[in-house]
Design a protein around this ligand. Structure first.
Ligand code: NAD
Length: 287
């Protein structure tokens, strides 16, 4: 069966919209998110447009700062400093990837960790690693765990979770979250030996690799819960463009217990969790 990320994300956004109305009437403050976009990358422009739309739809303020490709690192840092010092702005997101001449880690480090709604700042990674509740948790991993729970319920204790991928934005944080949920966690990656056998052990399989239809049906344990994070653009035999995940969905669906489709699985959860993080940052700003 499918795990319907579009539906779970809608329910989360509806719940957040109610909380935002309450927050505004209680405190007279409207949560606000500022997104900085550098350069002309067309996929990034589409992502940002979508984030802005969804932010406004649930009653938050959304500001967008578009900067040209040749923006210097110094100028971007000066913009961040202004946003960090502006009390009316609760969430700051710098859309990645940045142009090559800008050091991404220097930019992420310059965001006030309490406004870092992507959760990529080392302070937030450290808080997540330590299991501290005030961590702002990266959006995609947060969404992945919500989707696992949607199918398996809240208690994931003792399940064997295999995460393929060890990036700082997906693989590592999702592994930390599953560990917090008392799963036994294996992190697999490009140098893992016997990957199919490792995957066959998984009650929960999270795949964040970036290779179309990489995980085959033979790798999957009967009844496993599969979260497919991958977003890959391929050409069909008819020459049409199509989005597919990292899992060979058509072959795997008959064998697994549940799987997130691409599109309509993890993707919508990422934006919904960004909105959740922004509201949390606004609430925390009152402390
Ligand atoms: P990344 O390139 O940073 O990391 C990929 C990981 O895959 C690496 O850790 C690498 O070790 C592992 N890998 C590569 N080849 C492998 C192989 N042959 N066997 C096993 N492991 C291998 O990518 P990322 O940023 O973590 O993103 C992964 C995928 O998820 C991409 O398709 C990306 O577009 C997608 N993504 C989706 C969302 C969403 O909202 N749905 C968000 C972030 C990323």
């Amino acid at each position: 069966m499918n795990i319907d990320g579009t539906l779970v994300a809608k329910k989360l956004r509806d719940k957040l919209a109610v909380e935002i109305t309450e927050f505004k009437s209680c405190h007279g403050i409207q949560p606000s998110l500022t997104v900085l976009l550098v350069g002309e990358d067309s996929a990034s422009h589409i992502y940002v447009k979508n984030k802005v739309k969804k932010t406004q739809e649930i009653g938050m303020i959304s500001n967008e700062i578009k900067l040209p490709f040749n923006t210097s690192q110094g100028y971007l840092l000066s913009q961040l400093e202004k946003l960090n010092n502006d009390n009316s702005i609760h969430g700051i997101l710098v859309q990645l990837p940045l142009p090559k001449h800008i050091d991404e880690s220097a930019i992420i480090s310059a965001i006030n960790p309490n406004k870092d709604v992507d959760g990529f700042h080392a302070i937030n990674s450290g808080r997540l690693f330590n299991g501290e509740s005030e961590a702002i948790v990266p959006c995609t991993p947060q969404g992945c765990v919500m989707l696992v729970k949607q199918h398996l319920g809240d208690d994931l204790s003792g399940k064997h979770a295999v995460v393929i991928g060890r990036s700082n934005i997906v693989g590592k944080p999702v592994a930390m979250l599953l560990l917090q949920e008392n799963c036994t966690v294996t992190i697999a990656h490009s140098q893992t030996i016997n990957l199919p056998e490792v995957c066959q052990q998984a009650d929960i399989l999270v795949v964040a690799v970036g290779i179309a239809k990489f995980v085959k049906a033979a790798w999957v344990k009967e009844g496993a819960t599969i979260i497919d994070v991958g977003i890959n653009r391929i050409l069909t035999d008819e020459g049409k463009k199509k989005l597919v995940g990292d899992v060979d969905y058509d072959a795997v669906i008959a064998k697994c217990g549940a799987i997130t489709p691409v599109p309509g699985g993890v993707g919508p959860m990422t934006i919904a969790c960004l909105l959740k993080n922004t509201l949390t940052a606004a609430k925390n700003s009152l402390r």
